[in-house]
Design a binder for this molecule. Structure first.
Ligand code: GCB
Length: 610
């Protein structure tokens, strides 16, 4: 019976995977394209009843025969009695990129719809194509351009774009986004998370001007296991054959011309001896140019290998210990999503100050700029999708959404040397449908990229003093990674947790994804007093003793670099909507545990000579 159910489920999944794959990917390397930034001040209307979307019978305006009438349609507004009661021109403004929660006190806890509008001037050329590109909108975005609907995108952390070639006008254009961050059970993530549900257009917006045969996507990376063989691929958006593509890496005096095949693709291998390999100690990036008729894309790309052998993680063939820390995409000092390169550099610099060579960008795709900075600063990256806690495992639409988010993340960041791990989720409760869902995501990640490690943050359970990891997903992934909160959620005081030992089913490198406990920066007491810096300090010392019992321990990303905001954290004295597990407080103060971890990482660096 059980097996029959499983087989049916598998068949459903397989059918679904085939039918739902996949939309055209977004422009690779938007930063190097010809763009007009649409960042800046956008007018906004808070619309908790979705008045601008549904008419008074609750029928969507944009599905009516004329497809017009909502807040997106300035012209119709004048004639329709229902919707005379708004005015975008006179509405307040907010910064884009920027979450709305941190820009208006009224919106701090708001979950629902906000309309945002930006007008801009354009001078479109006849032989070009035009796209509106969003770095991310949380969560559901309905996008309208000059009164017409372009489409809908779901998923709060990945880029998307719409073509506007046939809609863009000379002179003034109007771009309207209905952004809705309502939490829903069947979405990715689901209703329950431990982070602030920042809504809005949280990353850059661009108008991109593209030549007719533009390069939609490209990849330049070392082939699996090789330190000299490069895979190079390009995909033209319009699948035109016979176009010349020139790859050049001036520093290596390399220039090669390829021709696109009948699908508009280049798919080639080339050998380069004596590459200077990228690593945290040598974050070498090569300037790369990819030219076509009408485009010259510039990128900076590093080359390295990553592999697992027995209990070891091999970076460029050498065993490495991942001295890591987890990070949310949030600025603790000015609460809100990280807004600028400066914000992001600050976070990564803090990690470096602790002697980290690795960060876990939890629990969703972070800004592309963050990953580029990690490349530049020499920090290895674990990248994750928000398959977090209790996802709707049996809903194929939910799976398709997760798969799309994973695909978009891998497509976006596949040329970044810093990224060594794709994580398909965090702390998901064990069940057959969950194994199938996440197992399929592992397969997707491997199909899209056979050069990086695939992992997930798993859960452990206890029997007596033994901490057990036997999650079946462990078979399919490359690392043993788990979250373990001894000394905080269970296990007694910090000094008591060293009585535990581990029983780990898999003979793979162990990279612990989380441990930690809350401490209010500046609150001092003895090591048994919860919320004090001393408690957290003792917890870190004893966790390190505990985890060091694992022979295969090859890294960790304790929870977390800085305090972060979460509506789940309600202690009125110590938390006030802040998760206090940061090693750095919301005022930037290094807590005592910061120095414990730094010391440990100094020792690990000496031990691994890396
Ligand atoms: C976890 C979650 C993380 C939470 C953390 C906590 O296991 O993965 O998102 O914030 O615990 O503080 O409880």
């Amino acid at each position: 019976m059980f097996n029959l159910r499983n087989s049916l489920l598998t068949i459903c999944w397989l059918l679904f995977s085939v039918t739902c794959y996949s939309q055209v990917s977004t422009l690779q390397n938007i930063q190097s394209r010809k763009t007009l930034s649409l960042n800046g001040k956008w007018n906004y209307i808070v619309d908790p009843y979705e008045n601008g979307y549904y008419d008074y019978r609750h029928d969507p305006f944009d599905q009516s025969k004329s497809g017009s009438g909502g807040f997106y349609d300035d012209k119709v507004q004048k004639d329709k009695t229902e919707l005379i009661e708004y005015n975008f021109d006179l509405s307040p403004q907010m910064n884009v990129p920027g979450d709305w929660n941190s820009q208006s006190e009224k919106l701090e806890l708001y979950e629902g719809t906000v309309w945002l509008r930006r007008k801009f001037n354009a001078e479109p050329l006849k032989d070009k194509r035009y796209f509106i590109y969003f770095g991310a909108v949380n969560y559901e975005a309905h996008v309208y351009f000059n009164g017409k609907k372009l489409g809908v995108h779901k998923g709060g952390f990945t880029p998307f774009q719409f073509e506007v070639t046939d809609k863009i006008k000379a002179g003034e254009n109007s771009l309207v986004v209905k952004a809705d961050n309502t939490r829903k059970p069947d979405e990715i993530p689901t209703v329950n998370t431990d982070w602030w549900n920042y809504g809005g257009i949280t990353r850059d917006v661009f108008l991109a001007e593209m030549p007719v045969h533009f390069m939609n996507d490209y990849k330049l990376q070392l082939a699996k296991g090789s330190t000299s063989l490069l895979n190079f691929s390009v995909q033209l958006a319009d699948a035109t054959a016979g176009q010349n593509i020139i790859l050049s890496i001036p520093e290596l005096k390399l220039e090669k011309t390829y021709t696109t095949d009948t699908e508009g693709k280049v798919n080639q291998q080339l050998t380069i001896n004596k590459l200077s390999l990228w690593s945290p100690e040598n974050p070498k990036l090569y300037a790369v140019n990819i030219k076509s008729n009408g485009e010259n894309i510039q990128d900076k790309i590093g080359f390295r290998t990553i592999a697992v052998k027995g209990n070891n993680i091999l970076l460029n063939g050498k065993s490495v210990f991942l001295r890591g820390i987890s990070i949310h995409d949030e600025n603790p000092l000015l609460a809100g999503r990280l807004r600028s390169e400066g914000d992001m550099r600050m976070m990564l610099q803090w990690a470096k100050e602790m002697n980290c060579n690795y960060v876990r960008l939890a629990h969703y795709p972070h800004n592309e700029e963050m990953v580029r900075l990690a490349d530049e600063m020499g920090i290895l990256v674990w990248a994750e999708v928000p398959v977090y806690w209790t996802i709707s495992w049996t809903n194929p639409v939910t799976y398709a959404n997760a798969k799309q988010q994973l695909t978009d993340l891998i497509v976006r960041d596949k040329n970044r040397a810093s990224v060594i791990v794709w994580s398909v989720g965090n702390e998901t409760p064990l069940s057959e449908p969950r194994h199938l869902f996440m197992g399929n995501l592992v397969d997707v990640a491997r199909t899209l990229d056979d050069t990086r490690l695939v992992a997930a943050a798993l859960e452990v359970h206890r029997e007596g003093n033994t901490i057990i990891l036997n999650d079946p997903l462990g078979e399919k992934i490359d690392l043993v990674s788990f979250n373990e909160y001894a000394g905080w959620y269970w296990g007694g005081t910090p000094s008591e947790i060293t009585r535990y030992s581990f029983n780990i089913k898999y003979n793979k490198p162990v990279v612990v994804t989380e441990f930690g406990g809350d401490a209010l920066g500046g609150f001092h007491a003895d090591a048994n007093t919860r919320w004090s810096e001393e408690y957290q300090e003792a917890l870190y010392k004893n966790q390190i003793t505990l985890l060091s019992k694992i022979d295969a321990l090859r890294g960790m990303t304790p929870w977390i670099l800085t305090d972060f905001r979460s509506p789940r954290r309600q202690h009125p004295v110590y938390q006030n909507f802040w998760n206090r597990k940061g090693l750095i407080s919301e005022t930037g103060k290094r807590k005592l545990a910061f120095f414990v971890l730094k010391d440990f990482y100094n020792q690990m660096q000496i031990k691994y000579k890396y």
